[in-house]
Design a protein around this ligand. Structure first.
Ligand code: ADP
Ligand code: ADP
Ligand code: MG
Length: 472
């Protein structure tokens, strides 16, 4: 097993990985920037190294990161999510320098990192994909030709896109004409690759993704699925496991398909195959994320399997200790992303000093946090403050538990989306499981939460009592 792992990330996911290292008796080292010097994860790691220049470049500089790993004698690098996690050059550099990259091979990352290439590969191997252009779109005429062929609405996607960015929906020819150029110039600007393609836009679908684990000995399992349909601008806000719409037969079908993909691309380590499921329950491959995902805790909650530990074990060459028949799904879990933003002001990110912080606890609650009292939330990074995962023996219990925990959560000094999340937990359609990817757009009323009494005030006394206690 490894003796030291360098974590090439920050925030809550760095803490998540540090925790796995501690339980496995592996030393954890992190990198940080000047802008991040007061972050919580630095205090939790065994070693921390300042890297310049900040605020972002230091987390992206693959040569610098691998150099540090070699200097501090780390055996392996865990990339977390975002930053270098899906950079095939990072995996290749580690392969070359003899440092273990905790993730799949650079070849697998390169294939899946390009949405169009991945889509074409799947199509060639008989995996269902949404009807779309069978190559990059090179001109407006070509875009319009495909629009006529596949029918409106269509979604324009940047081949190199990710994180919900680089997507545009065109309802008709007129919009396609307008968005085509915009999509190309944005793709070039944000992803350094102007290539775009077109897919039919499926109305009211579910985003269903399958978590897989594969070792270097040829064993692979899927850990059930997550439904990540509660999205705003194609970015996930709430994720659940298991899905409420799949029966056992469909679950097995999609799970087996994910494993087929794993074998086709010689995939190793943890990964997620994303599918879109339409209202007739037909499924289509959307993309594969070749890394740990933000929402992995809901899968851990219903399977009892520590995905980060499995990633480390697999990377160290150990054989998977679980077989498919050992994967037992129990209960229901919901993850809420607590974000420093103001939903009532266009979801504008909202940095600043946290003047009071009290995280909930009790049965079935897990917090993956990145902040503390007096911490100043920087403007430079993803505004994710914490992830709250509630687990119950039924869906209803999980929702009530999440609502209760959101009521207990106190974050003062900055605006957060906590009241918005609370409104979702109280929404009748959500509670009944009636939701798809258009839920947020169809429920603008969720923003009316100022009329609801703020239960935070009832517990603010507890929070201040705790900060007095902590200050002693
Ligand atoms: P990203 O890399 O940003 O995650 P994805 O291709 O996974 O991009 O798509 C993000 C989201 O956009 C999906 O979860 C889904 O809500 C929506 N989406 C993507 N493709 C389609 C499609 N063909 N029809 C309808 N919605 C789609
Ligand atoms: P979490 O579960 O939120 O990641 P912990 O369980 O480690 O965090 O700690 C609970 C809370 O205690 C944190 O959310 C934070 O407010 C506070 N805390 C923990 N460690 C530190 C630290 N090193 N410096 C300041 N505050 C801390
Ligand atoms: Mg995706």
């Amino acid at each position: 097993m490894f003796t030291k792992i360098l974590i090439a990330n920050r925030g809550e996911i760095a803490t998540r990985i540090i925790r796995a290292c501690k339980e496995m008796n592996i030393r954890s080292a992190v990198i940080y920037t000047e802008e991040d010097s007061t972050a919580l994860y630095i205090k939790k790691a065994d070693e921390a190294y300042l890297v310049t220049p900040g605020p972002i470049e230091a987390y992206l500089n693959i040569h610098r990161i691998v150099d540090i790993a070699q200097k501090i004698r780390a055996d392996a690098i865990h990339p977390g999510y975002g930053f270098v996690s899906e950079n095939p050059k990072m995996a290749a550099l580690c392969e070359k320098k003899g440092i273990v990259f905790i993730g799949p091979s650079s070849d697998a990352i390169a294939l899946m990192g390009n949405k169009l290439k991945a889509r074409q590969f799947m199509k060639e191997h008989g995996i269902p994909v949404v009807a779309g252009s069978d190559g990059p779109i090179r001109s407006e005429d070509e875009a319009l030709m495909w629009g006529r062929k596949i029918g409106y609405p269509v979604i324009i996607k940047a081949s190199a896109g990710g994180g919900g960015r680089g997507l545009r929906i065109a309802m008709n020819e007129h919009e396609l004409r307008r968005y085509y150029y915009l999509a190309v110039s944005e793709a070039k600007k944000f992803f350094d690759n102007p290539e775009v393609f077109i897919e039919r836009y499926i109305a009211k679908p579910h985003h269903i993704e399958v978590q897989v684990l594969a070792d270097h000995q040829g064993n692979a399992v899927y850990l059930g699925e997550r439904d990540c349909s509660i999205q705003r601008r194609h970015q996930k806000i709430i994720e659940i496991a298991p899905s409420l719409i799949l029966g056992d037969k469909k679950r097995k079908e999609i799970g087996s398909l994910a494993l087929k993909i794993v074998r086709l691309v010689n995939y190793t380590n943890a990964g997620t195959v994303e599918f879109i499921v339409d209202s007739s329950m037909r499924h289509y491959f959307m993309e594969m994320n070749t890394r740990l995902q933000v929402e992995h805790p809901v899968t851990e909650a219903i399977t009892g399997i520590d995905i980060v530990k499995k990633q480390i074990e697999i990377a160290a060459g150990l054989q998977l200790s679980i077989r498919q028949r050992d994967v037992d799904i129990r209960g229901n879990a919901i993850e809420c992303r607590l974000i420093a933003e103001d939903p009532q002001n266009g979801f504008l990110p909202h940095g600043g000093r946290i003047t009071a912080y009290y995280s909930p606890g009790g049965i079935g609650i897990r917090i993956d946090g990145a902040v503390y009292k007096d911490y100043i939330v920087p403007d430079y990074y993803d505004p994710l403050l914490a992830k709250l995962t509630a687990t119950g023996s039924t869906w209803e219990e999980a929702v009530d538990r999440a609502r209760r925990a959101l009521d207990e959560f106190v974050i003062r000094g900055i605006k957060t989306n906590i009241p918005y999340l609370r409104a979702i937990m109280q929404n009748e359609d959500f509670r009944k499981g009636y939701f798809d990817t258009e839920f947020i757009d169809e429920h603008p009323d969720l923003l009316d939460y100022s009329n609801v009494a703020d239960p935070v005030d009832a517990v603010i006394a507890i929070a201040s009592a705790i900060s007095v206690y902590e200050g002693m």
